[in-house]
Design a protein around this ligand. Structure first.
Ligand code: HEC
Length: 156
């Protein structure tokens, strides 16, 4: 009996760890640090999207290798968003563009993350095809997922 209880406790702990459930910031200091790290991930997404946008618009020569590099980074960064948005900072006065909805509608937010992961994976694949039109279209596909999440979860 004792062992059964133990197993049940271990199993429930594992399940909690597996879900990306939000955790409230414990102090203003904690909220500020979490906000800083969250913004760092999005800032890097922006810095990798910049050249892609310029290439899609013809402001920069399209280079498939460079596209592939930025697409790979964006894909990797997309996998970090869940972790770096897990701390709910809405209980503290921090300077942020993150809307409280992130922690109130976790499923919808997770879907937006997944959209970016998929669109960037597609761009990674298409990049090496050498087909300019498809590459530009796939860059647009990534951009759409950025904007889609911003519409719902980021202040203007
Ligand atoms: C799942 C939702 C989501 C996706 C996908 C997303 N963003 Fe954001 N982004 C946010 C939120 C929320 C913020 C506000 C963060 C804050 O201020 O704490 C933000 C902030 C930013 C910022 C400002 C960062 C700063 O320094 O404060 C940039 C730049 C940015 N995003 C670019 C992008 C680009 C480019 C993409 C696509 C490649 C993207 N984002 C995809 C939700 C998203």
């Amino acid at each position: 009996m004792k062992n059964l209880v133990k197993v049940a406790i271990v199993a429930s702990t594992v399940m909690v760890a597996a879900t990306a459930s939000a955790e409230a910031a414990k102090s203003l200091k904690h909220a500020k640090k979490a906000t800083h790290n969250r913004e760092a991930v999005f800032s890097l997404l922006g810095s990798n999207m910049g050249p892609l946008g310029a290439m899609a618009k013809g402001k920069m020569p399209l280079d498939a290798k460079v596209v592939e590099k930025h697409a790979t980074r964006i894909n990797q960064l997309s996998l970090m968003i869940a972790d770096y948005t897990r701390t709910d900072t809405s209980g503290f006065k921090v300077k942020t563009e993150a809307l409280d909805k992130i922690w109130k509608q976790p499923k919808a937010f997770a879907k937006r993350i997944d959209d970016l992961t998929k669109a960037s994976a597609k761009l990674q694949k298409v990049a090496m095809s050498g087909d300019t039109a498809s590459i530009k279209k796939a860059i647009g596909g990534v951009g759409k997922t950025c904007g889609g999440c911003h519409d719902d979860f980021k202040a203007d």
